[in-house]
Design a protein. Structure first.
Length: 337
C-alpha cells in the first residue's frame, strides 16, 4: 500500500469521524430551545458551519489523494473555495466568541446583565459573514482559485507574484487572520486570568464548565490556522517539500480536526446530554433502573408486623373520631331540647 493511499484513507477516516458529530451539534443548536436563543451558541453554530465546510473539503482532499485525481474543474475549485473560506473566517468567529465571553465574565463579576451586549456582538458577527462571502466568491474566480496539489496533498492558493491582485488579496487575508489570532489569544489569556483571580460563585462555576473547554478548542483551532497561514513564506514551502515533514503536517492537522468535536463531546456535559438525546439515546445515569430489593423471610415478617401496627393505629384513630362526632351530635340535641 502506497503512502498516497494511506494519506487518502487517513483524510477520509478522520474527517468522517468529525463530520457527523459537528452535524448533530448544529442540529442541536437549531432545534433545542436553550441553545437557539443564546448569542454564544449562535456564534458557535456558525463556527461549526465553517468547521463542517473545512471537513468536507478535507474529505474531498482524501478522495483526490486516494484516486490520484487533480483536475482543474468546478468541483476542485469549489472545494478549494470552501477550504480557504473556512480557514479565513474561523479566526474571526473565534475572536467574536472571545469578545462575547469576556462580556459574560464582566456581567457575572459585576452581578449585572446588559441586553445591549448581545446586540453589539451581532455587528462583528455580521461583518464576519460579509468577509466570508467575499473570500468565497473571490476563490471561485479564475484569479483566486485554489488548486489541489498532489505533491503536498492539500489545496494551495495561486503562486504569490508581487504587484498582482492576487498578491494584494493574500496580504490582506493573512494580515486580518494574524491580527484576529493575536487578539483572540490575548482575550482568552485575560479571561483565564480573571477566572484565577475572581472568587468562586455559582455563575462563575457555570461559565467555567462551558467556556474553558471552548477556550481550549479555540487555542487548538488557532494553532491549526496559524500553521496553515505560515505557508506564505519560503521556509514553510521548503519544509513542506520534504516528504516526512509533509506527512507529519497532514497527520497533525487531521488529528486536530478530529480532536476538536470529540473535546466538546466528552468535556461539555450539556452538549453531550443534548447530543445523546438527539440520537434517541438517554444518558447512562438516566438509563440505570431503580434497584429492586428482595426481602428475606425475617424481613417480610417484620414488615408485616409493622403494617399490622399501622393499620391498628388507623382503626383506633377512626373509632375515636367517630365517638367524638357522636358526642357532639348528642350535645347539640340536648341544647336544642
Amino acid at each position: 500500500m502506497s503512502i498516497n493511499t494511506l494519506i487518502g484513507l487517513f483524510y477520509i477516516i478522520s474527517n468522517g469521524i468529525a463530520f457527523p458529530i459537528y452535524a448533530i451539534f448544529l442540529c442541536v443548536f437549531i432545534s433545542r430551545d436553550p441553545f437557539r436563543n443564546s448569542t454564544t451558541f449562535l456564534i458557535k453554530f456558525w463556527l461549526g458551519v465553517m468547521e463542517c465546510t473545512q471537513i468536507l473539503s478535507g474529505m474531498q482532499s482524501g478522495f483526490m489523494t486516494l484516486f490520484n485525481i487533480a483536475e482543474h474543474d468546478f468541483v476542485e475549485r469549489l472545494g478549494g473555495a470552501f477550504n480557504c473560506m473556512a480557514l479565513f473566517t474561523r479566526p474571526i468567529l473565534l475572536f467574536v466568541l472571545a469578545c462575547h465571553r469576556l462580556l459574560k465574565v464582566s456581567w457575572i463579576s459585576s452581578n449585572s446583565a446588559c441586553s445591549c451586549g448581545a446586540r453589539f456582538i451581532k455587528i462583528p458577527l455580521s461583518f464576519a459573514f460579509i468577509l466570508a462571502l467575499w473570500h468565497f466568491v473571490y476563490r471561485l474566480t479564475d484569479t483566486g482559485k485554489a488548486q489541489f496539489s498532489l505533491e503536498f496533498h492539500v489545496f494551495r492558493p495561486p503562486p504569490y507574484v508581487p504587484g498582482t491582485l492576487n498578491a494584494l488579496f493574500r496580504d490582506i487575508v493573512v494580515n486580518i487572520d494574524i491580527v484576529t489570532i493575536t487578539l483572540t489569544c490575548l482575550l482568552d489569556a485575560l479571561i483565564m486570568a480573571i477566572f484565577c483571580c475572581m472568587k468562586k460563585s455559582k455563575g462563575l462555576q457555570k461559565i467555567r464548565q462551558v467556556d474553558i473547554p471552548a477556550m481550549v478548542h479555540a487555542l487548538l483551532t488557532l494553532t491549526h490556522v496559524f500553521v496553515v497561514k505560515c505557508g506564505s513564506n519560503d521556509l514553510y514551502e521548503g519544509l513542506l517539500k520534504k516528504h516526512t515533514f509533509n506527512v507529519m503536517f497532514i497527520v497533525w492537522l487531521q488529528l486536530l480536526c478530529t480532536v476538536n468535536p470529540l473535546f466538546y463531546l466528552f468535556f461539555v456535559s450539556r452538549l453531550r446530554n443534548e447530543f445523546l438525546k438527539f440520537i434517541r439515546c438517554r444518558p447512562c445515569h438516566e438509563q440505570a433502573r431503580k434497584p429492586v430489593y428482595v426481602l428475606s423471610k425475617q424481613e417480610s415478617v417484620v414488615e408485616a408486623k409493622n403494617d399490622n401496627k399501622e393499620s391498628a393505629a388507623k382503626r383506633k384513630n377512626s373509632a375515636e373520631e367517630t365517638r367524638r362526632i357522636h358526642r357532639l351530635e348528642v350535645g347539640k340535641s340536648i341544647v336544642q331540647a
